[in-house]
Design a protein around this ligand. Structure first.
Ligand code: S3P
Length: 439
């Protein structure tokens, strides 16, 4: 179904940031493993997270929604996981599937893991290889993708591993497997990636070692530690806030206030890049949640200038490149993205999908193997295009944001995938004054 975002002259309003997707998965997983009952609030009830909830239930944890965003989770504790009676369906979620492979690996459990067409084409070798080295077994069609069968082992052998890609999913998968290994498991990161697993594991009473190491970190976990239930409030999602921020920054007039956003240096690369491009981002500290700082963020219409995005920012803005490309399209001059080849294996080939999104809307962009160069239109983005989303929620949202300030409306071929990460997106955009309609 086609959706269209029409240009508007003013953006204004206040939005409470939706729960962070990464933290929501982790809260359900850790609550489902812990001894006792955890009360979780502010959970993002997007499709990806709901699939993780169903998977944890199928493996023996007890999860119930007590109010919108509030969940009561009774973990399996020392009884451990049990083999599921049904396939474990992760839908579109790379995070859910990769983290849960690490969890399942450490129990005497056999399970079949499946996902949608996009997830079934994404590489799983990055988690299968280290988990096999720890003792888990996998059966797949030879291509290390879903669908696959896996057989866990208790206890696993510990691992000392340097992931070839900067990936929080791979790090978290190995740490979760390491909980049930005999000895200490170590992950050596060449570049620091989001550290929510480390923070939240500590909140559930697990001792996690983190030592800086050059541009990266050495993270370690001792096997055999039991998690204890705890109350967890999920902080607001900076990746979702980036769409609202960009809507304000590219608007002719106005601004937006986004409340309760998680402030974490492993996630704030987009806001640092936006500041380099000439925006003023206001931040007011308001407290903390789940071991993370919370801030209210304010954004305003800005005169933007293109820049070269420093490669060291890439891991901390890995999900924000489609929306950064929109910001770059409205800027004056070139914006260069490099060192971001991981974007080729996200929910879509995000380099190709981002380039297509810009080109069909009259923006010049050059493709690179590991990124792209956007030729900014100094505020005058032609628009008028129909964007193929390739079932990628972040392409869909980015294109609709672009439509709010382009010269002509921007359409997308499908809005349904937005529900995987930001079910209230259309509502929140309309609150800010966007004019988004089903065509
Ligand atoms: C995530 C890690 C990132 C990110 C994804 C969420 C996580 O993936 O793109 O949306 O919650 O750990 P990679 O680990 O593949 O970079």
């Amino acid at each position: 179904m086609v959706w269209t975002s029409h240009p508007v002259s003013k953006i204004a309003g206040t939005i409470v940031a939706p729960g962070d997707k990464s933290c929501s998965h982790r809260a359900l997983i850790l609550g489902g493993l812990a001894e006792g009952t955890s009360e979780i609030s502010g959970l993002l009830e997007g499709e990806d997270v709901l699939n993780t909830a169903r998977v944890m239930s199928a493996l023996g944890a007890h999860l119930e929604q007590t109010a919108p965003g509030d969940w009561r989770v009774t973990g399996v504790g020392s009884s451990g996981l049990t083999s599921p009676q049904t396939d474990l369906d992760f839908g579109n979620s790379g995070t859910g599937s990769r983290l849960m492979m690490g969890v399942i690996a450490g129990y005497e459990v056999s399970a079949r893991l499946v996902g949608d067409a996009s997830l079934s084409s994404r590489p799983m070798g990055r988690v299968i290889d280290p988990l096999e080295a720890m003792g888990a077994r996998f059966e797949h069609a030879g291509d290390k993708t879903l669908p696959l069968n896996m057989h866990g082992k208790s206890p696993l052998a510990p691992l000392d591993y340097t992931p070839p890609h900067a990936s929080a999913q791979v790090k978290s998968c190995i740490l979760l497997a390491g909980l049930n290994a005999e000895g200490t498991t170590i992950v050596r990161e060449n570049r620091i990636t989001r550290d929510h697993s480390e923070r939240m594991l500590r909140g559930f009473g697990v001792d996690v070692g983190v030592r800086p190491d050059g541009d990266g970190a050495i993270v370690s976990i001792r096997g055999g530690q039991m998690l204890s239930a705890r109350e967890t409030r999920v902080p607001g999602d900076p990746s979702s806030a980036a769409f609202l921020a960009t809507t304000a920054m590219i608007s002719q007039h106005g601004g937006a206030l986004v409340e309760g956003v998680m402030s974490n240096a492993t996630r704030d690369g987009f806001f640092r890049a936006a500041a380099m491009m000439g925006t003023q981002v206001g931040a007011e500290e308001i407290g903390d949640a789940a071991g993370e700082r919370l801030i209210n963020m304010s954004f305003e219409s800005a005169d933007l200038t293109g820049c070269a995005i420093p490669e060291e920012l890439v891991p901390s803005m890995i999900d924000e490149f489609p929306i950064l490309a929109v910001l770059a399209a409205f800027a004056e001059g070139e914006t260069l993205v490099s060192g971001a080849e991981e974007l080729r294996v996200k929910e879509s080939d995000r380099i190709a999908a981002t380039i297509n999104m810009l080109r069909v809307n009259g923006v010049e962009v050059e493709e690179r193997k590991d990124g792209f160069i956007v030729e900014g239109c100094s505020g005058a983005v032609p628009g008028g295009g129909l964007v193929e989303t390739h079932h990628d929620h972040r392409i869909a949202m980015s294109a609709l944001v672009m439509g709010t300030a382009a010269q002509k409306a921007v359409s997308i071929d499908d809005a349904s995938m937005i529900a995987t990460s930001y079910p209230a997106f259309l509502h929140d955009m309309q609150t800010l004054g966007a004019d988004i309609q089903r065509a």
